[in-house]
Design a protein around this ligand. Structure first.
Ligand code: ARG
Length: 460
């Protein structure tokens, strides 16, 4: 058995069970690119500070290039007995270039190394996720543009509430996603500081330049406190919180589309390309991708909860428990990326059934609130007008008719404030025309929302 990099004080080697239990190479090899990036910056800094020679640096950099190439070509052999990505790469570098490689770990610990790698990895992951959020927003915007003027029932408590423009509803998702991207970018900004050089926890007496490595790696600054630098995992907690909120938004969207695709609603039809069938029921066509978007949000939340529980009760500074931080993050990122991608594809492959929606509109007295506002315009206090319209609706319910079916005499028998002009406020089309407040579902308001997003998201 090869002697461990940390093997100096040990007489016995670890048991196979311990080796298998403590390894992280099976998953942390995903950090290889960022680990090599960190090592390059560290080697250059060490040489600049005179802690290693220029020749050492040159050999290290050449060796790292070679190792990166081997990994990318799939030729690199990852060894469980070398524990993790950091020691695999360092040991392989030593095999490759010898003595100079043994100087690379000067003024560095795996504790600062791992969280440097992880921050770099998460930074890239956030950029990727934000890009996909933008793609989904663009897909939703296109969907909105395809459905101009379509009125749908708006719901509260999943009961018919007021008519809204379909475009308005779709743009509500776009707004949510904008905040999701904003949260991720905020988190990126806060995580963009460099732990490298914090060493194990206390820093070092060697003359390193932490500002130099920080800058080389694109961080804004080195972290101020070496103990915090190796202990902090709130950057990932924040990241997975942001992912969880995004996942919840996608889950709500999924739920809505699944519901709307049902025979009972029938408001939308997904194309075959985004539907799946049943192994027993020949007639079935299911909106599985959006059901799974809803389902996978559970994983993303679970990943966050795992990480929260992991960090709870950890004393400062580094603890091996923290090795458990990677898999939830990798899983969360992979899952949210898939959810965003599939939601965008789904958005590009659904048709809203205008006729079916149109047929559904008369039910549910969607114009009742507009009618109450009409009476307010006539000088009636809102509470009174609410009551008058409530009684008008009750009358309709007993006769199974709509508010617009009531004659003026019938309306006047409930309140003398009704006039001939009332019919310009009844029916969903009229109700929509009546909306005018900023952010409302009125056509002009929705048009300006659309214009805002078209400008912002550049639809191709
Ligand atoms: N594989 C470890 C992790 O992911 C690297 C740090 C190990 N440090 C240590 N002192 N054992 O956290």
């Amino acid at each position: 058995k090869e002697v461990k990099l940390w093997g100096g004080r040990f007489e016995d080697s670890v048991t196979d069970a311990v080796e298998k239990f403590t390894e992280s190479i099976s998953f942390d090899k995903d950090l290889y690119r960022h680990d090599i990036m960190g090592s390059r910056a560290h080697a250059c800094m060490l040489a600049h500070q005179g802690l290693i020679t220029e020749d050492d640096r040159t050999s290290i950099l050449k060796g790292l290039d070679e190792i990166e190439g081997q990994i990318e070509r799939g030729e690199f052999v990852w060894r469980t007995d070398r524990e993790d990505v950091h020691m695999n790469i360092e040991a392989a570098l030593t095999d490759l270039v010898g003595e100079p490689a043994k100087k690379l770990h000067t003024a560095r610990s795996r504790n600062d190394q791992v969280c440097t790698d992880f921050r770099l990895w998460c930074r890239d992951a956030i950029d990727n996720i934000v890009l996909r959020v933008k793609h989904l927003q663009a897909a939703l915007l296109k969907l909105a543009l395809k459905n101009e003027g379509v009125i749908v029932p708006g719901y509260t408590h999943l009961q018919r509430a007021q008519p809204v423009l379909l475009q308005h509803l779709i743009l509500a998702y776009v707004e949510q996603l904008e905040r999701d991207a904003g949260r991720l970018l905020d988190c990126r900004e806060r995580m963009n500081v460099c732990p490298l050089g914090a060493c194990a926890l206390a820093g070092t007496g060697l003359p390193i330049d932490r500002f130099m490595t920080s800058e080389a790696l694109g961080f804004v600054a080195p972290m101020r406190n070496s103990i915090d630098a190796v202990s902090d995992r709130d950057f990932v907690l924040e990241f997975l919180s942001a992912n969880s909120i995004t996942a919840i938004h996608l889950s709500r969207l999924g739920e809505e589309w699944v519901l709307w695709a049902s025979e009972e609603f029938g408001f939308l039809t997904p194309s075959d390309s985004v539907s799946t069938g049943s192994s027993i029921m020949p007639q079935k066509k299911n909106p599985d991708p959006m059901e799974l978007v809803r389902g996978k949000s559970a994983r993303v939340i679970g990943d966050l909860v795992s990480l929260l529980v992991l960090c709870k009760g950890l004393p400062h500074a580094y603890n091996r428990d923290l090795q458990e931080d990677k898999e939830p993050v990798f899983d969360s990122v992979k899952t949210i990326v898939g959810m965003l991608e599939v939601s965008a594809e789904f958005a590009q492959n659904i048709t809203f059934n205008h006729e079916r929606i149109q047929k559904a509109l008369p039910a549910g007295h969607l114009d009742a609130t507009t009618l109450a506002d009409y009476l307010v315009k006539k000088g009636i206090p809102f509470r009174t007008s609410h009551d008058i319209v409530g009684r008008s609706v009750a009358l309709c319910v007993t006769r199974n008719i709509q508010l617009s079916d009531l004659s003026l005499d019938e309306l006047r028998s409930i309140s003398p404030s009704f006039d001939e002009d009332v019919y310009a406020f009844l029916g969903v089309e009229n109700a929509i025309k009546n909306f005018s407040s900023y952010g409302s579902t009125g056509s002009e308001c929705v048009s300006s929302q659309l214009a805002y997003w078209v400008d912002k998201l550049i639809v191709s």
